[in-house]
Design a protein around this ligand. Structure first.
Ligand SMILES: [Zn+2]
Length: 324
């Protein structure tokens, strides 16, 4: 009897240790796909400068932390110039894209579909599926299907059509399917119909703003020739390389100054620090990919102020979005 009592008391002493160990095991088994491993991001644009504008800042941040980013332009950009065109222009733009990627340490691929003629065909959808699978993407970024430019619109449609299909083995059998649907994000935009962009995730790019301007600066044919020409300001572009970089940094689409409607998402993850943030990139979580919990967002985008223990306690018991 005494023996069994002693045994009981020894086991009961172990209870707290066992409970803590079980809690640690349960916690570490919670869904955080990117925790302690490389995050893999693939961003799609219609033209060889679109990804840079929408996600150049976070791409630089990921690369600095050792994560992997690939930009893919679905067209070769062979139309976007006032005096050059065709194969020569495509060659120039591919070289500019390669240089942009080199400047921040990411991959940049330019596919050979023609600029201004992109359509949401099965052939291009399969190109997109293949790219996402081969990159083993955790995050896929693309424009929303609402935009002034048909190539941008169809890039949005093509990536939307590839989401989910990336896990279907019988499609595009030459590229092994992903075992899990990635998180799909939209770049921010200013279009309001049928619904405005919703800033779910806003990342400060103040620390990499120079790097972002530096990759835009690599696209000489666009930011110093074609786009100023379309806006009637070609004569304002400085000749001096340092001066024109400064000029570029003032362009609204390059500067990415904070929009008032992004403030809430910024405060949510940066706390009081949010008040001093100047430049940011914002993203909307699409409904068609994996719906990440807050913990997953913080693991996949490891840029935010760590949550306090009080915030963590408040979150306990909140089911992930995918289960709501
Ligand atoms: Zn474009």
């Amino acid at each position: 009897m005494l023996k069994s009592l002693e045994r009981f008391s020894a086991i009961s002493c172990l209870y707290p240790v066992l409970l803590v160990s079980m809690a640690v095991l349960l916690f570490s088994a919670s869904p955080s796909p990117a925790q302690n491993r490389t995050v893999r991001v693939i961003a799609f644009g219609a033209h060889p400068d679109d990804c840079d504008l929408g996600a150049g800042g976070i791409a630089a941040k990921y690369a600095m932390l050792g994560h992997k980013v690939k930009f893919v332009s679905l067209t070769n950009g062979d139309v976007g110039h006032q005096s050059e065109h065709g194969e020569e222009l495509a060659k120039r733009r591919r070289a500019e894209a390669q240089e942009a990627g080199r400047r921040i340490g990411i991959e940049y691929e330019v596919l050979d579909n023609h600029d201004g003629k992109l359509l949401p065909t099965l052939e291009v959808r399969e190109q997109v599926i293949r790219e996402i699978r081969q990159w083993k993407a955790d995050i896929v970024i693309a424009p929303r299907p609402n935009d002034y430019h048909p190539d941008h619109r169809y890039t949005g449609v093509l990536v939307q059509d590839a989401s989910y299909m990336v896990i279907v083995p019988n499609l595009v059998p030459d590229a092994p399917p992903l075992t899990r649907n990635p998180v799909f994000l939209y770049y921010s935009d200013r279009f309001t119909r049928p619904q405005p962009f919703r800033a779910d995730i806003v990342v400060s790019i103040d620390d990499v703003f120079e790097k972002k301007i530096s990759i835009l600066d690599a696209h000489v044919s666009q930011f110093y020739e074609w786009l100023p020409w379309t806006e009637g300001v070609l004569d304002q572009v400085p000749n001096d390389p340092a001066e024109r970089k400064k000029w570029l940094a003032k362009w609204p689409s390059a500067a990415r100054t904070l929009q008032p409607e992004w403030r809430q998402a910024l405060v949510k993850r940066y706390g009081p620090q949010a008040a001093s943030i100047q430049h940011a990139e914002a993203f909307e979580i699409t409904e068609y990919g994996h719906q990440p919990s807050e913990e997953e967002i913080r693991a996949l985008l490891p840029f935010f102020t760590p949550i306090t223990s009080k915030e963590a306690a408040n979150r306990q018991g909140t089911p992930p979005q995918s289960m709501r």
